[in-house]
Design a protein around this ligand. Structure first.
Ligand code: DON
Length: 303
């Protein structure tokens, strides 16, 4: 497979289609991003990365951070404790919804909706500042030591975080928060405000394509844990559009409202695409189209 030519072809087709969606504006600092940006990168198991368009341009990773914080918690000896506090079912509701929490005694449906991700951050905070732990891991895996938090995005999100604050306090009322809510929220908004490029994200997630093995050859997750993270990505990684996304693309994936989508082809490669225009569910419109084309043209789906 000539991946460089394949990416050129996908970028050409995506650019010819003017459906772009709408840039997220509930975090004001995100609303300033140019909706016409498009980048895509593929990382092979040996670390070789191919890219097209804005594949080296950093953007706000937002909810894509949730894959990595989940993996970092599961990598701990007590990692499985997490599953007493968060489920593994698709929610069918928007990523920031509160409605299921009351019926389900403060246990979020899965680690990729905001409520579940707040629990994951709270678990990771047992070992230090969750956002710092994440940044250290991502700098190492991406090979980009300059990766950083975007302070403007973090501040902007913190100023508009009433829903997340409400989710966290509601879970605290059920005894499902270990740390004080303001601490967890601060770490959560900073983890979401890390800026990375498609190339950085594709390289950093290779452990999921290598059944748990990091870029330096050490093991982060056992083979079964890596399978489980991929499975939860497939069923819950694109929120209440996970069924439609699995139908179209057929890969485990995680999206973020910064417009990125990260997809894993276990045993073969990782793919990251970025285009800031989102659909109503919060997934990148051009990103989903590009991944649909990718699996159609290569046949590299898990199905
Ligand atoms: O919690 C929030 O609202 C954002 N920091 C992250 C949301 C997000 O990316 C969900 N994505 N589709």
């Amino acid at each position: 497979m000539d991946l460089a030519s394949l990416l050129d072809r996908i970028a050409f087709d995506v650019e010819a289609d003017d459906a772009r969606g709408k840039v997220a504006d509930y975090i004001p600092a995100l609303a300033r991003v140019d909706p016409d940006r498009f980048g895509m990168a593929v990382a092979e198991l040996d670390g070789t990365v191919y890219g097209v368009g804005d594949w080296r341009q950093p953007f706000s990773i937002q909810s894509m951070s949730k894959v990595f914080t989940l993996a970092l918690v599961l990598a701990q000896a007590e990692g499985a404790d997490l599953w007493d506090r968060v489920g593994r079912e698709p929610s069918g509701d928007p990523f920031n919804s509160l409605v299921q929490l009351e019926h389900e005694d403060g246990i979020p449906r899965n680690p990729f909706i905001n409520a579940g991700a707040l629990v994951v951050t709270d678990e990771l905070a047992r070992y230090g500042d969750a956002a710092e732990e994440l940044l250290t891991f991502l700098r190492k895996e991406s090979g980009t030591p300059t990766l950083a938090f975007d302070a403007e995005v973090a501040t902007s999100e913190a100023e508009h975080a009433d829903r997340n604050r409400a989710l966290a306090y509601f879970m605290a009322a059920y005894g499902n928060m270990r740390h004080p809510v303001p601490e967890v929220l601060d770490q959560y908004v900073r983890q979401c405000a890390i800026s990375m490029s498609c190339a950085d994200l594709a390289r950093s997630s290779l452990f999921l394509a290598r059944h748990g093995i990091r870029n330096d050859g050490s093991r982060l997750l056992g083979q079964s844990e890596a399978k489980r993270v991929n499975a939860v990505m497939l069923t819950c990684g694109t929120y209440d559009a996970a069924g439609q996304f699995a139908y179209r693309v057929g890969l485990p994936a995680k999206s973020g409202v910064g417009g990125g989508i990260l997809a894993i082809v276990p045993g073969r490669c990782t793919v990251c695409v970025w285009s800031p225009g989102l659909d109503k569910r919060g997934n990148s419109v051009a990103g989903a189209t590009a991944l649909d084309l990718f699996t159609t043209l290569t046949g590299w789906s898990i199905f």
